[in-house]
Unconditional design. Structure first.
Length: 483
């Protein structure tokens, strides 16, 4: 794995720190350098900067119960601000190269499932409640205990599944593969390109980016991922100037007319903590909060484990360093996201791009968070990186994370089958949470039928029971009459 330190290969003691910053973040101790941390911070930002465009599009396109819509400019400001602040806090408090921003999937739930039932203020209040509940789970030790209760090889399967998942995200974001509409009357859900073939300059940029990235990785060139992102962005800008291109997707690689823009903080503090209970039934509110908590809880668990494993930071027992603080900060990010009307913020699996670039400490977060802070004022300049230039990084990191599959004992069905379901369901259902749930349920079931139920930690039984509710949420809602 390029520049990736395995747990068993990591030295027990690194060189002495060069200065106080090095000592605080343990940069030398973790086998990293300031240059690698900076490169990693840039790579993470550019692979997730799309959220500055996508989150406002998702939230801004929806209407609440009263027909109100959120302002796009204010949404950009709120998204960038929360990402900047919480990413820096994670870097300083958790010392992991783990960036945070508005969670995809969660924002869609807020926009299209929650907002139509209540006002935007009430919907964002539910996000704050969700974040507070997660913080309570962390403070009581329950969230950390669940993570420690997961068998090591199942954690590795989670990392592998996430690798395939983010590789698929890269292929889809770049338009290399697209969804075949249901109206096509075909059983094939995905196809090559938009019509079954690769066509258009944007896809060519992506393909060249993948080839450049893997070539640089194979040559073990430092900064391979970041070099590829920058080179492909420059190429995209040139192509965009000389070719007639209908669309690049969310981000247009065009040198902007105005470099600086003014942030609008108008949405900050626009939330009602308990207003939702006056707009819909209590059982509906409870189920909505439950869905948000479960998705955020296990998405974060998979992301933290996956990124930490890829960085070689798990200890001999497969535990994440500073896990309690990391999970508490992640819960606080959900609170901050709701309070700023940016939807629930959570840890981003795209952080693995920074890890692939060499980041091993929270110092990389200072760079990523700083760039998000700059985006408050330089959004036109910092959002010219098209998805086709950034997506090759996700494909490359998917490969790096996939290599952990060799640590799974495929001859033991009691771990192999849950591992397979975890790995397969994540990309196939486009959800980290779904993959973890499938793996948990299969694990406890197989242990039970083999007469080894007592080997399963009670927290895994409890989590699996919650996943049963999660997967059966629609019939449960119908039974209790909330629909």
């Amino acid at each position: 794995m390029s520049e990736t330190q395995k747990v068993e290969d990591r030295p027990s003691a690194g060189p002495p720190p060069a200065n106080s910053v090095d000592k605080f973040f343990k940069i030398s101790a973790r086998g990293s350098t300031f240059a690698r941390e900076v490169r990693g911070g840039f790579a993470t930002f550019f692979t997730m900067a799309y959220i500055l465009v996508l989150n406002p599009i998702i939230l801004g396109s929806a209407k609440d119960k009263f027909g109100e819509q959120l302002d796009n400019v204010q949404l950009v400001t709120a998204t960038a601000l929360v990402a900047a602040v919480m990413t820096v806090i994670m870097g300083v408090g958790g010392n992991l190269p783990l960036a945070l921003a508005a969670g995809l999937g969660l924002n869609a739930v807020v926009a299209f499932q929650i907002a139509p039932l209540m006002s935007w203020d009430d919907a964002m209040g539910l996000i704050v409640l969700e974040g507070l509940l997660i913080c309570v789970l962390v403070v009581t030790g329950l969230r950390e205990a669940v993570m420690h209760a997961i068998p090591q090889q199942l954690k590795q399967a989670i990392s592998v599944g996430i690798g395939l998942f983010i590789a698929l995200i890269g292929f889809v974001d770049a338009g290399f593969v697209t969804r075949i509409p249901d109206a096509a009357n075909t059983t094939v859900p995905l196809q090559l390109g938009g019509t079954g073939t690769l066509a258009g300059w944007p896809v060519l940029v992506f393909c060249l980016g993948v080839l450049l990235t893997i070539a640089l990785l194979a040559r073990k060139i430092k900064g391979a991922i970041l070099i590829s992102i920058v080179a492909m962005t420059i190429l995209a800008i040139i192509i965009n100037e000389i070719a007639d291109i209908e669309s690049w997707g969310l981000t247009n690689p065009k040198v902007p007319d105005d470099v600086v823009s003014s942030p609008d903080f108008g949405l900050l503090g626009d939330f009602s903590l308990f207003g939702a209970f006056g707009e819909t039934t209590a059982i509906t509110v409870v189920l909505l909060v439950f869905t948000l908590v479960l998705s955020d809880f296990f998405d974060t668990m998979g992301t933290v484990v996956g990124v930490s494993a890829e960085a070689g930071l798990l200890d001999e027992d497969g535990k994440v360093p500073n896990l309690g603080r990391v999970l508490l900060i992640d819960g606080a990010a959900a609170v901050a996201g709701g309070a700023a009307s940016a939807s629930s913020s959570t840890s981003y699996i795209e952080s693995a791009a920074g890890v692939g670039e060499g980041a091993r400490t929270g110092f990389a977060n200072l760079v990523t968070g700083g760039l998000f802070a700059l985006a408050l004022f330089f959004t036109p300049l910092l959002t010219i990186v098209p998805l086709q230039a950034a997506a090759p990084a996700l494909v490359a990191v998917g490969f790096l994370m996939m290599t952990q599959v060799k640590h799974i004992d495929w001859d033991r069905y009691e771990i192999a089958i849950p591992a397979f379901l975890t790995i397969a369901v994540m990309p196939f259902s486009y959800s980290i949470t779904n993959g973890i749930g499938a793996g948990f349920l299969a694990y406890v079931l197989i242990k039970a039928v083999l007469g080894k139920a007592k080997d399963v930690h009670w927290l895994l039984w409890g989590a699996s029971a919650l996943f049963l509710v999660y997967f059966a949420i629609d019939p449960i809602e119908q039974i209790v009459g909330s629909k």
